[in-house]
Ligand binder design. Sequence first.
Ligand code: FE2
Length: 336
Amino acid sequence: MSDIRKKILSAGGCALIAVGAVLCTLCYELQRRYDGHASPLMLPPAGRFFHPEKPGMRFAVFGDFRIQTEPFEAVVRAVRSSGADFALCVGDMARKREVRHFCWLAERMKRAAGDLKIFCTPGNNDRESRDPRENGLRAYKGSFGQPGYWFAWGDSLFVSLDTSAERLAAGEVERLEEVLKAERSHFSRLVVFTHVPPVDLRGDGRGECLPDEDVRRLEPLLREYRVSLIVAGHQHAEARWEFAGAPLLVVPTSGQKGEGKDPRYGYWMVEFLPDGGMAAECRRVDSGDGTDTVEYILSSRLNQTGWLFRAGVCLLLIGGGMLFFRGKICGTGKSA
Ligand SMILES: [Fe+2]
């Protein structure tokens, strides 16, 4: 065999082994970073009581950012500097319904939030299937825990309502009633936070709200237990309406394309006053609409399939085979 062929086998084999090793190392690193072991969980504070002695509070409500990290981080920065006690995130955070994507999402949210507690509820973009009877929240639950829960802050009860299937999840009204029956009388205020608002009063015929049969079940229950405030997202436009005798606040987006009179990104800042009053202000944030593309590709595109690892192993085997073959023919040439 000519020297040129031997050189090609040597150089080609070494190059394939090097590329294969790089792909396998990249795969290992992506698995290590985004497989969930290193990612923080954003579990809900189910059943916990925060600051039971505190009579007033300030909290922010935002949502609908769908991994647009630039506007999301601008909103969270504004919330943190406003001195909010905590924040409610009303869903539509993810772009891909994959466990590793949610691990990255939770890590980015933790990184941006710092000391600020963010209590989440899932949106329709956070679930794999719209069928409310299916486990469409497998990836969400891996990082964010259960979708329906309650917690208490000061003298107020907060209940998350799972409307991620664009209707009430199976058994959700029964769960809500159980919580209200056991806990409502211990608190002076009741806040329900959810993704899909119960009504859409924009009058443009889009009807981005819960179906009528869900509203018919929900409204009397919330009236009976004297709901103080309902907050939601999904419509991508600021709104302040009324439902079941209480204010209903719909958030502007924190990353998805905004609609309505003012499509800028923003959030609601709600203040519960010690005298029982409430003040709510919709605050706007100017920001670009980008995301961290490199991290998104590494965590959520490259990392979603086994092709990286399989390609790396194939290249290692082919490269090793070429070097072995070259060694064989060199040995044969010498002995001849
Ligand atoms: Fe939505």
